[in-house]
Design a protein around this ligand. Structure first.
Ligand code: GCV
Length: 838
């Protein structure tokens, strides 16, 4: 009872934040007051009491949630009652309990585990809302679903909705390390681990479980797939149990990722050979110990023989041998082993045109189909490479007919601007999930294959690499929350459209005002194409620093190394030839109808043209436009679209709370600058490579831009920037470390009037240089370069923009940028640009 009251109060506090200040912690569970008309209608439809059948903690949480939600959205309490009031109530429980205690209210029919039924029953003037679950967790999911309907202002008076999850597996993976860092995590530190052990305070982990439960996610792997063997030591058993305890009330189970070498490194055996009985016994003893402390543990995740992780290849064993030895240890406890399909050689010879990383998953796993135990799931990244901006669906989905599968989607934005750029990933995921593999020439969308529906597998579904950390708003970018939301909703029901998911999220997160919906949904739904446009269109993949931080632009970083993310752009053309006839044969890994489509240039969709084929720059696309002109145009379109996002977002001023309004505005403004860095770098690179001019004359011509190299410099020295395309002109200037300050002076020769002064500078992670801009001796702007950009170098990641708006300029004015280095940061400068105010 104490716990229940506390939880209800906590939930109420979450929603009590004044409209002017919201830090995003409540995410989509804000339960903000409904607009008057919706509140009036719902007020009449929503009963005044809740009657919970059953004492399970998960049901109690569901009741708390209903009470908090009704209080928040309708501004009135929902009274808890201990008997069914004849005047009406929300009746919450399992279908079995409702059937036995209130048979007149129970729907006819059955509900599997995790499913729910929402139903209104009218008896005379009294009405009952029935929230029935196939089990307690299903009832919790039902409560969240009902609240979602309430928040959208939906009609609740005549409900009869039965929902069954599409698949058995709905998991997230956290790539959290033992020290509290998160690999590819941009939402702060781990919710579970700090300084080599479990966090003292796990309250945020509990709140995270609530967010996950609201989407129907029922398991979390709480350690990174680049697994630390320490997690399998006895010391960690109680620590893992502690995390499980805070998540369990929300129906969320924990799993851990394991290191395949652990029998040797932790168990001190001579070997980790999966065929060795001592190794099998060791895995069994570890599983037994963990399950003794966490009886509902969900299972293990294993990355083996990949990116330097050890695996069965050490002993000439197969992935099936490796998976099964661990799966057999989990089996008596009902645990599942997720074995990652992300296995490839990262030392491939790039000179060999037949080599192809995209082939790896299929080549490794297809021959083993049928050899995996029934509690093994092969976890397959959605595309054959690695979460690039556009990839085809992995052919392995159709390549395993006698093996359980799950699709791995990356929610964290590793190759998508790392939560500094706004990219809503649902449309991309939908494309993979809806892609029809035409297995045996029958309809076989990826979503149905992974759910086990096509090949009649008992297990399977959806795994998301999560983007949450201890940041106040979980993801460090308010808009990135939408990706976690979308993953969960698609894992529950992949038939939902991206537009429906965007609308739901926006309603709950920012409000139901149609103007809010219009602006936010447009930003969400166009953002993938926008990001693709200014990064890597036509299947080029994300043209980022592939061997470094995976953030900024670096067109050649993927070339001439063993990582195999090659686009093979040269003077004549661009793309990987993956055809069977003349290329790597990757296209032939798909079932015949799809293989045929990808085999030829003409039938390959433009979006994947250079993923599948090496084509000349003059190759016409379906629109008639050449490949090179498309590369130029799309980059300008992408950068323009982000600039427009900034303006669109301004339309929300006063419609949403100021705190989130300002935070997103700042993020979008930064992104608009970065999109220009990408645009200029990629277009200049391809212009130089191809020698073909841009029909519109934009590439290489930048009106109003004055290079720092051409300024009058005092103290500043010329510096080469690598890669070259990430600095405008011939490079940049920097002020030697330890120098108090340097200046670069530019002469304005345009007409008199108000102008924006754009300063393109470099913000590296090793200091906080200061910049001051003067016009005719008067300071017009200053700032400190103290953003936490993930680079120490002058490059496409550190290139940043500061805009001083509306400065009165007259011909002959001198504009002086004074830079003061700090630590290793050299107050470097690329150019200034004078433009008419927007
Ligand atoms: C957890 C990519 C990422 C790695 C990640 C790996 C994987 O290569 O850059 O950080 O490692 O994928 O999915 O295992």
């Amino acid at each position: 009872m104490v716990k229940r009251t506390w939880c209800a109060i906590a939930a109420l506090l979450l929603i009590a934040a004044p409209a002017g200040a919201e830090n995003g912690h409540a995410a989509w569970l804000r339960y903000a007051p409904l607009p008057p008309a919706a509140a009036a209608r719902a007020g009449a439809e929503v009963p005044r009491a809740v009657y919970r059948l059953g004492a399970e903690v998960t049901l109690a949480r569901a009741e708390d949630e209903l009470r908090a939600g009704v209080q928040g959205m309708l501004g009135r309490p929902l009274e808890s009652v201990n008997a069914l009031p004849p005047t009406g109530a929300i009746v919450l429980g399992t279908l079995a309990s409702i059937r036995s205690s209130a048979p007149g209210l129970a729907p006819a029919g059955e509900l599997p585990k995790d499913a729910f039924w929402l139903r209104t029953v009218h008896q005379g003037n009294n009405s009952f809302t029935v929230i029935a679950g196939g089990d307690a967790r299903g009832a919790l999911y039902g409560a969240f679903a009902w609240l979602r309907r309430l928040s959208a202002g939906e009609e609740l008076g005549a409900l009869d909705a039965r929902e069954v999850p599409y698949a058995t597996v709905r998991w997230v993976n956290q790539w959290d390390n033992i020290d509290g860092s998160i690999e590819r995590g941009y939402g702060g530190r781990s919710l579970f681990w700090a300084n080599g052990k479990v966090r003292e305070d796990l309250s945020k982990a509990g709140e995270y479980a609530r967010l996950l439960a609201s989407l129907g996610i029922d398991a979390v792997a709480i350690t990174s797939v680049n697994a630390n063997p320490l997690f399998l030591t006895p010391d960690f058993v109680p620590q893992i149990a502690k995390v499980a305890d805070v998540m369990r009330p929300w129906g969320v189970r924990v799993a851990i990722a394991i290191d395949f070498g652990s029998p040797q490194s932790v168990g001190k055996l001579q070997t980790y050979d999966p065929a060795d009985p001592a190794v099998a016994a060791w895995w069994k003893s570890r599983a037994d110990a963990l399950y003794a402390a966490v009886p509902d543990m969900a299972g293990f995740v294993l990355k083996a023989d990949s990116e330097g992780r050890v695996g069965p290849s050490t002993y000439g064993r197969t992935h099936a041998d490796a998976a099964n030895v661990v799966a057999r240890a989990l089996k008596p406890h009902g645990g599942i082993l997720f074995y990652r399909g992300f296995v490839y050689d990262h030392h491939m010879d790039w000179r060999n045109l037949k080599n192809d990383r995209a082939r790896a998953a299929y080549d490794n796993f297809h021959p083993l189909d049928g050899q995996f135990d029934d509690n093994v799931v092969i976890q397959i990244k959605h595309g054959p490479i690695d979460f690039q901006v556009r990839e085809p669906a992995s052919p392995l989905f159709a390549g395993l007919e006698k093996t359980n599968e799950a699709i791995e989607l990356q929610i964290t934005q590793e190759y998508f601007g790392q939560a500094r750029h706004h990219v809503f990933l649902a449309p991309m995921w939908k494309e993979a999930l809806d892609f029809d593999m035409r297995a045996h020439d029958q309809p076989s969308p990826v979503k149905a294959i992974v759910a086990g529906r096509v090949f009649k597998r008992p297990l399977g579904g959806f795994v998301g690499v999560a983007n949450a950390g201890d940041a106040d708003n979980w993801t460090n970018n308010h808009l990135s929350q939408a990706n976690l939301y979308a993953f969960g909703r698609l894992a529950w029901n992949p038939d939902l459209t991206s537009a429906a998911i965007a609308a739901e999220w926006t309603n709950q997160t920012f409000g139901t005002d149609p103007e809010i919906g219009k602006i936010v949904n447009d930003l969400l739904l166009t953002s993938w194409r926008t990001f693709e446009n200014y990064t890597g269109p036509l299947g080029l993949q994300t043209l980022t620093d592939i061997v470094g931080n995976h953030y900024g632009v670096a067109v050649e970083a993927s070339e001439e190394n063993g990582w195999g993310q090659w686009h093979r752009a040269d003077k004549q053309g661009v793309g990987m030839d993956r055809s069977v006839a003349t290329g790597t044969g990757f296209a032939g890994q798909y079932p015949p109808a799809v293989a045929k489509m990808y085999e030829n240039v003409e039938s390959t969709p433009d979006d994947l043209l250079v993923f599948m084929h090496h084509v000349p720059y003059s190759q016409p696309l379906k629109s008639g436009k050449t490949v090179i002109q498309f590369i130029y145009d799309s980059h300008y379109e992408g950068a323009d679209a982000v600039a427009k996002y900034v303006e669109q977002w301004r339309g929300l001023r006063g419609l949403i709370d100021d705190e989130r309004y300002q935070a997103v505005l700042k993020q979008l403004d930064y992104q608009a600058g970065q999109a220009i860095v990408w645009r200029d770098a990629v277009t200049r690179w391809f212009h130089r490579a191809s020698g073909i001019s841009d029909d519109s004359g934009r590439v290489g011509a930048y009106p109003g831009r004055i290079e720092a190299e051409a300024a009058r410099l005092q103290g500043y020295q010329l510096v080469t920037v690598t890669p070259w395309e990430t600095a405008s002109g011939s490079g940049a200037v920097e002020c030697p470390a330890q120098t108090p300050s340097c200046t670069a002076t530019f002469k304005y020769t345009g007409q008199a009037g108000p102008r924006d002064i754009v300063v393109q500078y470099f913000d590296v992670s090793t200091g906080a240089a200061h910049y001051r801009v003067r016009v005719a001796g008067k300071v017009v702007g200053e700032w400190t370069a103290n953003d936490r950009i993930p680079t120490r170098k002058l490059d496409g990641s550190s290139s940043s923009r500061f805009v001083i708006a509306g400065v009165e300029l007259k011909p002959g004015d001198e504009i002086t940028v004074e830079g003061s280095p700090d630590a290793q940061e050299t107050a470097a400068l690329d150019y200034i640009e004078i433009r008419s105010p927007k």
